[in-house]
Write a protein that binds this ligand. Structure first.
Ligand SMILES: [Zn+2]
Length: 176
């Protein structure tokens, strides 16, 4: 595991900006940027519900954009920054794209496949292994998720109560 540097903080802030775009759409706030020779060549944020597509994860979108810029499916000199530990699909795509390094904000114990449930990024059986850095701006990356899920719980509770109120209001009069 490599050392955390201020450059990594800088690019993770850019990934957090992407996560905030997801938050604005009411999506789980996850953001990603891909850096090549000091330049961001791909950005992405979670749009799974908006696009109604399981493929619309932040990392997949950023990989697609970076490949377009580089003109190759191989992203061999790139570093991928993501606010949350990648899932099995994205970790697989990262290995397939031959990305050498992934920098992560917070981990995802329930679904992460870069060390939590399993580590697709570092399996000697595959032909490519990815260097990983964990915990860059971990607090900010985890706070934005917590904020989203707290709001969601409040919204769900309010909706439930509104529904209950409607049921009572809808009861025909004279039944009591
Ligand atoms: Zn994913």
């Amino acid at each position: 595991m490599a050392r955390i540097t201020s450059i990594q903080d800088h690019y993770m802030r850019e990934a957090l900006k992407q996560a905030r775009k997801a938050l604005k759409l009411g999506e789980v706030p996850i953001g990603c940027v891909i850096v090549h020779q000091g330049k961001i060549i791909g950005r992405g944020y979670n749009r799974r519900n908006t696009d109604k597509s399981t493929l619309s994860h932040a990392e997949i979108t950023a990989i697609k954009k970076a490949s377009k810029v580089i003109g190759d499916w191989r992203l061999e000199e790139c570093t991928l920054y993501v606010t949350l530990e990648p899932c099995q699909m994205c970790a697989g795509a990262i290995v397939q794209a031959r990305i050498p390094q992934v920098v992560m904000g917070c981990m995802n114990p329930k679904a992460g496949c870069a060390g939590s449930i399993l580590n697709i990024l570092d399996m000697k059986e595959f032909n490519h292994q990815v260097d990983t850095v964990k915990g860059v701006l971990e607090q900010e990356c985890s706070d934005i998720l917590k904020e989203f899920f707290t709001d969601l719980r409040i919204r769900n509770k309010a909706e439930k109560e509104a529904r209950k109120a409607n049921i009572i209001l809808d009861k025909p009069e004279g039944n009591l």
